[in-house]
Design a protein around this ligand. Sequence first.
Ligand code: PLP
Length: 388
Amino acid sequence: MTLREMNAYKRLPSPAVAADGCDLVLADGRRVLDLYGGHCVNTLGGGDRALGEVLRSQWDRLSFQTNLLDHPPRIAFLEAFAKNLPPGDWEVFCTNSGAEANENALKIALAVTGRRRVVAFAGAFHGRTAGAAAVTDTKNPQFPSAPFDVVRSPWGDATAVDGTVAAVILEPIQSLAGVVEPPAGFLESLRKACDAHGATLIFDEVQTGNGRLGRPWASQHFGVVPDLFTTAKGAAGGLPIGLTLAKSQIAARVPAGLLGSTFGGGPLVLAAATEVSRRIAAPGFLENVRATSAALRKAALCLSEEGRGAARGPIERVRGSGLLLGLVLRPGNAGAAVRDALLARGVLVGTSDDPRVLRLSPPLTLPPSAAAQLAEAVSSLTSLEVPA
Ligand code: PLP
């Protein structure tokens, strides 16, 4: 008998065997600076001691229980998570992944509006389950049909919202598309259009949330508050989690029996999410995100510490906010080749759907001083012919 993994991922050459803060140790013994952060998951880096203690003591006390019983980590989570929320009264539903979080946000929007049309955007990624995949823009194979009607609008275009629309779903910054920011006024136009037509506005904060933009949520960074938002990835610092949040007036209209999950909201994962929420709210945490963001921008462009000099090297400009950054390569440079060259120099970054854009999504605990390692790796590429 044999067992192999299905063909889902193209893996990098050397497996990771350990993580220490913002460093990864590879099987070949090399230590690399992890500027990809487990794809936005490792909010506190690898092996965070306080999170480890929380998990150990929660495991010993109550590792799992049915959702029919309440438990202390749930109460602590609601209190800690509420402290970082955008204005208003919110309710949360707990699941296990970003796709599930989006699936449930869409389900709620369709149920409370009684409509069956959803506006989504070119370049969007919302997950791989049926509803989340229906609003994702991909050439990859998906389900044969969508469970509701989807209108796909160009990014930046709010005109498709009318009285037939149940929901508009978007990533406030599109990550997989290549860290594409919303054009000026776009989020405000969507807010206005949804209010005018009784549609719900859903922000997918699977990547932009949990402090990643230097504020707890993108809605606070951009000053536009949605009706529902979702998160996952970094919310529990490495344990599977999905969270769907809805304004209380919407949550009050969710029909009984619509929502449910076996694992979602278990004690272990909520103890972890509580620790992550508390750390995001702690003095200096988000300041560090903003300071490290500024340092990485300068390093990527090979500027001096004061930000002086002309951009050199393969990176033409940097976009995004906080620690969700897109490094836009000069024409002729291919993302995957530059990623490989940086990895060979001890720095792990991510690619994106745009072959000219690399992504940085490191642990939010990365100190600004770590940018020096990126600067050294990038500047050593200036003389290198990186094939297109
Ligand atoms: N939404 C966004 C913006 C994502 O980036 C992802 C995953 O990359 C998802 C949703 C889906 O999350 P998951 O893989 O946890 O289902």
